[in-house]
Design a protein around this ligand. Structure first.
Ligand SMILES: NC(=O)c1ccc[n+]([C@@H]2O[C@H](COP(=O)([O-])OP(=O)(O)OC[C@H]3O[C@@H](n4cnc5c(N)ncnc54)[C@H](OP(=O)(O)O)[C@@H]3O)[C@@H](O)[C@H]2O)c1
Length: 302
């Protein structure tokens, strides 16, 4: 692994925590977050692009990993300007600053840049057409990275991210499953649940390839292998939880359609992402979503 100076932006989210967990307290790593309460974390609010650019130009890292984003998908329908500031304009400023100091920029994006039509896994080069506000703001960020950092910008598109901590589908299912006998979950959106651990692990593998000059800049899908609906994912969560002896009341898990579970933001139905490009460059396969779930749950304290 490289000893170049690394700046990690966004340490408190799911991916940020996992990246921090893997990089640890190496002296060459600088952490920045908008809730910079710890003394070793620098203040960095993506909504303030002037301060963001100043941070990059003063720290002059060789590698920038941006884990921060506006991720409230439904709220983004009402808060489009704020979401665009953080997911779009800040990423544009970041890309320009990274280019100015010749730094590698790692940025994360989403399956929500696609409209979810068809049933084939989306390739990085496929036509984008977001169906919600969040997707539009993230797409602006993707295009800013490829435009302003054509030779050193990397966008990793991921999806259905979860971790043992925090607010996510896994923890919601375990909480509801412990309280309720009946539950309905959407069964017509298909994707690959991806742990933030897998994202962090494969980001670091990518950095090794980048350092060796073996990974061209651009957009890469970074998700677990395989596919499942949210309903199927919930079934597997409960199966794994039972195997681990977690207390569950849930008896009936009903499969419903997206139209029966209306949300402020529309969601794409076909969220399958094609992994060929990343697996070819890395020379290895991503873990399957169910193996990653089992592994993550084996690390759970409760
Ligand atoms: N979660 C998913 O299912 C999913 C799916 C596809 C793609 N992605 C992408 O993957 C990346 C990581 O997502 P994640 O799941 O780790 O998200 P997350 O857990 O919601 O974390 C996002 C982080 O960004 C921080 N943040 C928000 N506004 C900020 C600002 N103005 N300045 C600095 N930091 C700010 C948040 O801090 P606070 O918590 O304090 O607000 C939080 O620490 C993002 O680019 C996201 O778009 C996620």
């Amino acid at each position: 692994m490289t000893v170049d100076k690394i700046l990690v932006i966004g340490t408190s989210g799911q991916v940020g925590r996992s990246i921090c967990g893997q990089l640890g307290t190496r002296p060459n790593v600088v952490y920045a977050d908008h809730n910079a309460s710890a003394s070793n974390v620098k203040a960095c609010d993506l909504a303030d692009t002037t301060a963001l650019s100043a941070l990059i130009l003063s720290e002059r890292p060789k590698i920038i990993i941006n884990c921060a984003a506006y991720t409230a998908v439904d709220l983004a329908e009402k808060e489009f300007d704020l979401a665009m500031k953080i997911n779009g304009l800040a990423v544009e400023a970041l890309a320009k600053a990274a280019q100015e100091i010749s730094a590698v920029l790692i940025h994360y994006s989403t399956d929500y840049v696609f409209d979810g039509s068809g049933s084939l896994p989306w390739k990085e080069s496929d036509k984008t057409s977001p169906v919600n506000a969040y997707g539009r703001t993230k797409l602006f960020g993707d295009e800013a990275v490829t435009k302003h950092c054509p030779n050193s910008g990397y966008v990793f598109r991921t999806q259905w991210v979860y971790d043992n901590d925090g607010k996510n589908f896994l923890n919601t299912m375990l909480r509801f499953g412990a309280e309720r006998e009946d539950m309905s979950v959407v069964g017509d959106q298909i994707g690959a649940p991806t742990t933030s651990l897998v994202i962090a692990e494969f980001t670091l593998k990518a950095l090794v390839k980048i350092a060796a000059g073996q990974m061209p800049a651009g957009i890469y899908n970074l998700v677990c292998r395989g596919e499942v609906s949210w309903h199927g994912f919930a079934e597997e969560i409960f199966k794994t939880a039972r195997e681990r002896g977690l207390p569950l009341k849930i008896r009936n898990l009903k499969k419903i359609e997206s139209k029966d579970f209306p949300t402020p933001a529309a969601r794409p139905k076909n969220s399958r992402l094609n992994l060929e490009k990343l697996e070819r460059v890395l020379g290895e396969n991503l873990p399957t979503w169910d193996a990653a779930l089992t592994h993550l749950m084996s690390l759970r304290k409760n």
